[in-house]
Design a protein around this ligand. Structure first.
Ligand SMILES: O=P(O)(O)OC[C@H]1O[C@H](OP(=O)(O)OP(=O)(O)O)[C@H](O)[C@@H]1O
Ligand code: HPA
Length: 180
């Protein structure tokens, strides 16, 4: 079994790249049907989603498609607690658009819930959410997900864009933590 050590933790091979790619191919096929005749704006949530977004977007065969990249930044406003995260980097006009948010993982659901709230305030025509990975047992928010690549158990993972304290994003496969 392939293993990798990052900082203090050991990870073992969990999802090989071929399986990841196959799930993204299926997702792209579905989107190509669902979004035909629309003018979708894909929004990739950095950092973790960059690999997923690249792999998916090159399989979207709708020429009227755009992609943009956003980040959630801690908002250091005077009256905020420090836990509030603000969506930054969004230059496109969202009003009236068909928006598809691209996430690498939905874990507790807090991040995607927050993003959906912020986007809805910008009056899009519709917002759908695509996530490569979902941990159903970790959800603490009720979230509506339109496209889910793979459901996984509630274990910490790295690879294919996902990190452990900055490292591991460059792994082609996904690895899960070994409890020692
Ligand atoms: O469902 P949740 O529990 O909110 O977790 C999911 C979020 O966590 C990760 O982002 P992170 O904040 O680690 O930033 P990164 O993408 O830059 O690694 C991941 O990319 C999702 O955005
Ligand atoms: O399991 C995970 N691994 C890396 N980043 C994450 N962000 C949410 N869940 C995870």
């Amino acid at each position: 079994m392939k293993k990798v050590k990052i900082h203090d933790k050991t990870f073992q091979l969990f999802i090989p790249y071929e399986k990841i790619r196959a799930s993204i191919e299926l997702m792209a096929e579905k989107m190509n049907k669902d979004l035909a005749d629309k003018n979708p704006l894909f929004i990739c949530v950095l950092n973790g989603s960059f690999m997923f977004a690249a792999e998916l977007f090159k399989r979207i065969d709708l020429i009227n498609s755009e992609i943009s990249f956003v980040k959630l930044a801690s908002y250091a406003g005077e009256h905020t607690t420090g836990n509030v995260k603000q969506l930054i980097g969004l230059n496109e006009k969202i009003e009236g658009r068909t928006v598809v948010v691209l996430e690498d993982i939905v874990d507790s659901g807090i991040t995607i819930d927050n993003i959906q709230d912020q986007l809805k305030k910008l009056k899009p025509k519709e917002v759908s959410v695509a996530t490569l990975l979902l941990k159903p047992d970790a959800l603490i928010k009720e979230v509506e997900l339109d496209y889910v690549g793979l459901e996984i158990p509630n274990d910490f993972i790295v690879g294919y864009g996902l990190d452990y304290d900055g490292y591991g994003r460059n792994l082609i496969d996904i690895y899960s933590v070994v409890n020692e």
